[in-house]
Every structure is written in structure tokens, then in C-alpha cells.
Design a protein around this ligand. Structure first.
Ligand code: FAD
Length: 392
């Protein structure tokens, strides 16, 4: 073997890196993937589960392909510590592993104590911002809500995971309510001053729901009252029947505990040519955990692209070859504005040697002219294709 790569996190970034390292090295690099969950559950399309259009099994994919087809060693376990000096990773049940190169794609974790009263109460006030039991819980709360109820959704200050995701959720929930409980209301409490992605298209979509959706900008959450499901804002407080708080977030805890360099105390600072954590030899970081380059979203598509840049760089580093001097990555994020009609935003980002980071390529990408059913089909095909690209 040319070396051993340990990957923490089998989501969009980590699973992609695992497959592409094995594929591009023709099996000559050993890859161990450590993931706490026994199967991959996708955040993209999970809003449709909340809206009742898709089921959990539609967004769940096993890790068998990575194991049997690509020869990735999979360990289902929690990584509890990283020692970047000794190049070891400690797990809860499988002891300590050595690595030549470490890839961290741990996604996000919520900042402790950022919203007063919230910590420990997310069985009652779900985030559903990591797909899994929280998705099921929020769906059930929505189903149990009486007609005439208020579904309040809090959006944290940017940057957060999936810029269009909260607005998609508002639309899909409103679409369900329009059919099932038409006297109800979706209240979008946005900590930001405006809609963070596809603003004109989402504004139009919100308007199409009439009084079913109310959008309130500059609504940063200070605290919650769990007993009454009240959202406490700076100048106001709002009582909800279902309270869905997406809390302020930062890089996945393991990246913070590993002592990697952070920007704003939240996001990992990397060298974009290798995806290497700055000043920490042998450690690569991908996906939502990163401090984003200008206009680069925290998306699954982008994490998948980061995974390919990292895999290529790691194989070159094993050979003593310099990394690609000008990697290009791209992104497309589809959003459902109801059960069938979809809008997209796309962008291309190319490494700029002077700025030492990827910059948006002017004139590339763009947004939909209008929501359409054909884009609805493209959105579902995008999901099937990217899951196959990562895991099959
Ligand atoms: P993840 O995919 O979250 O993977 C991280 C993995 O690491 C997890 O499986 C976690 O269990 C594991 N992990 C973390 N710490 C440890 C540890 N210590 N030990 C073991 N395992 C660990 N993106 C799109 O491109 N298109 C969309 O349409 C889209 N829609 C979205 C809708 C919603 C509602 C949400 C919430 C997100 C959406 N996203 C979308 C964003 C996308 O889900 C994320 O950007 C993407 O998951 C980031 O990939 P990642 O590898 O950084 O993290």
C-alpha cells in the first residue's frame, strides 16, 4: 500500500473522498472511513419527508457499495479524539488508529448556549438540520398540529448549512398545510436582513402562498420558552404550535477539538489547493466545516466537489507531485417550492492564485427563470446521481 488514509464522516464530503481515493489509486491506498451512523441519510430531499411527499427510506442509502465494490474499510463508531502530532485517531469502541493522512468531513454542530433555553430540549423544539430522527420528529409534530396552528421556523445568521434550505422548508410545509390544514400559518423568523439564496424566486413563491407564509427578516432568536413554545426575539416574542429552530452552528465538534485553525472561532481555515488545514500537516478538511470561499455555499454538492479535490491532492502528495494549481469546483442547489415545482442556483468557482482561494467565475451559473416541473425531475435525478457518485 502507498499509505493509509483515515476519513472521519461518511456524509457528502467524506464518502466521496473514500470512493475516489480507492478508485483513482486502483486500490493501492488503504482507506478507513469512520462514521457514527450505520447508514447514510441525506439532508437534501429531507424537507420533502417533512412535507409528507417522501419517506425516510427514500433518503437512506447503505454503505455496502463503498465496502464491497470499492474496498473501503468501514468502522461504525464515534471518533472521540484526534492527535495531529502523533497522527492517531481515537474511537469510542474500536481503539486507536494510525494514519498517514486524515480527512475530516464532520459537517456542522450547533453552538452550545447560543439560544437560551434550547440546549437539551430539541426533542420538543427540533432543528431537523441533520437528517435522521429529527426529520421524523418534525414531520410528526407537523402532522399533529391542529388546523389554524402556527409553524414557526427560525433561520440563523449566515453562514449556515444550505443557504436555500430553510426557505425550501417553509414552502414545502406551506404546501402540505394548504392541502391538509388551510387555516394554519408558516412564520419564517430570519436572523438575516433578507432571504439568503434565490431571493426573487423565493419571494415570488412565498407570495403565491398568500397569508399562509409570513416572512419576518431581522428576527434573531435570543431564547426559547420550552413549556409554551415561545420564540423570544429582541423586541418581540412569538408563540408557536410547532417551533423549528435551526440554531447557530459551527464546524463539527471533532474539528474544533482537534485544535485546527479556525476563522471567527467557528470554521476551519484551509489551503484550498490541497484542502489541508493551515499549519497542520497531514490533515485535510472538507464541506460544511470550512470557512467558505466568497459566495461558496455550504452544500452537499460542494462537499462532494471538495472530496474530489482532496482525493486528487492526497494521491499526488503520496507520489511527491505538486497539487493541481487551478482546481475548479461547481455547485447546483435545487429547491422545491411545492411538491413538484423546483428552482435552482448554480455557480462555478476557480482557484485564484493571487487571492489563494476559489473565486466565483463571472458569467457562469445563474438561477432559474421560474419554478418548473421539469426542474422537479432534475432535482430528484440530481439526488439519485450524487448518492450513486458517493456510495455506489
Ligand atoms: P455531512 O454530510 O453532514 O457529513 C458529516 C458526517 O460526519 C455525518 O454523517 C456525521 O454523522 C459524521 N460525523 C461527525 N462527527 C463524527 C464523529 N466524531 N465520529 C463519527 N462520525 C462523525 N445540499 C445540496 O447540495 N443540495 C440540497 O438540495 C441540499 N438540501 C439540504 C436540505 C436541508 C434541509 C439541509 C439541512 C441541508 C441541505 N443541503 C443541501 C446541505 C448538505 O446537507 C450539506 O452541505 C452536506 O451534508 C455537507 O457535507 P459534509 O460532508 O460537510 O457533512
Amino acid at each position: 500500500s502507498r499509505g493509509h488514509v483515515v476519513i472521519v464522516g461518511g456524509g457528502y464530503g467524506g464518502a466521496t473522498t473514500a470512493k475516489y481515493l480507492r478508485m483513482w489509486s486502483k486500490g493501492t491506498v488503504d482507506v478507513t472511513l469512520i462514521e457514527r451512523n450505520p447508514a447514510f441519510i441525506s439532508c437534501p430531499i429531507s424537507n420533502l419527508v417533512i412535507g409528507g411527499i417522501k419517506q425516510m427510506e427514500d433518503i437512506t442509502v447503505g454503505y455496502d457499495g463503498l465496502k464491497s465494490k470499492w474496498g473501503v474499510r468501514l468502522i461504525t463508531d464515534e471518533v472521540t479524539a484526534v492527535d495531529t502530532a502523533k497522527r492517531t485517531v481515537a474511537t469510542a469502541r474500536n481503539g486507536t488508529l494510525d494514519y498517514d493522512r486524515l480527512v475530516l468531513s464532520p459537517g456542522i454542530d450547533f453552538i452550545p448556549d447560543a439560544v437560551a433555553g434550547l440546549d437539551g430540549n430539541q426533542e420538543r423544539i427540533p432543528h431537523a438540520w441533520k437528517a435522521g430522527p429529527q426529520t421524523v420528529l418534525l414531520r410528526r409534530q407537523l402532522q399533529d398540529m391542529a388546523d389554524g396552528g402556527v409553524f414557526a421556523l427560525h433561520v440563523p445568521k449566515a453562514p449556515y448549512r444550505c443557504p436555500p434550505g430553510p426557505y425550501e422548508r417553509a414552502c414545502v410545509v406551506a404546501d402540505y398545510l394548504r392541502r391538509a390544514k388551510p387555516r394554519s400559518k408558516v412564520l419564517v423568523l430570519d436572523a438575516n436582513a433578507e432571504i439568503q439564496s434565490k431571493k426573487a424566486l423565493f419571494t415570488k413563491a412565498f407570495e403565491s402562498y398568500g397569508s399562509l407564509i409570513e416572512y419576518v427578516p431581522n428576527s434573531e432568536l435570543r431564547g426559547v420558552d420550552v413549556a409554551t413554545l415561545t420564540a423570544e426575539l429582541e423586541f418581540d416574542s412569538v408563540k408557536a404550535d410547532v417551533l423549528n429552530v435551526i440554531p447557530p452552528m459551527r464546524a463539527g465538534s471533532i474539528a474544533i477539538e482537534a485544535g485546527l485553525p479556525l476563522i471567527n472561532g467557528r470554521w476551519v481555515d484551509i489551503d484550498w489547493l490541497t484542502m489541508g488545514a493551515k499549519g497542520v500537516p497531514g490533515v485535510h478538511v472538507l464541506g460544511d466545516a470550512l470557512f467558505p470561499a466568497p459566495t461558496m455555499p455550504k452544500s452537499g454538492h460542494m462537499a462532494n466537489q471538495h472530496g474530489k479535490v482532496a482525493a486528487a491532492a492526497i494521491l499526488n502528495l503520496f507520489e511527491g507531485i505538486a497539487p493541481n494549481p487551478a482546481p475548479v469546483v461547481m455547485n447546483t442547489c435545487y429547491s422545491f417550492v411545492d411538491g413538484t415545482n423546483v428552482i435552482h442556483v448554480a455557480s462555478v468557482h476557480q482557484y485564484d492564485a493571487e487571492k489563494r482561494q476559489p473565486m466565483p467565475v463571472q458569467g457562469a451559473g445563474g438561477v432559474s427563470a421560474a419554478a418548473s416541473e421539469i426542474e422537479g425531475k432534475a432535482a430528484l435525478a440530481w439526488a439519485r446521481n450524487i448518492w450513486a457518485d458517493m456510495l455506489a
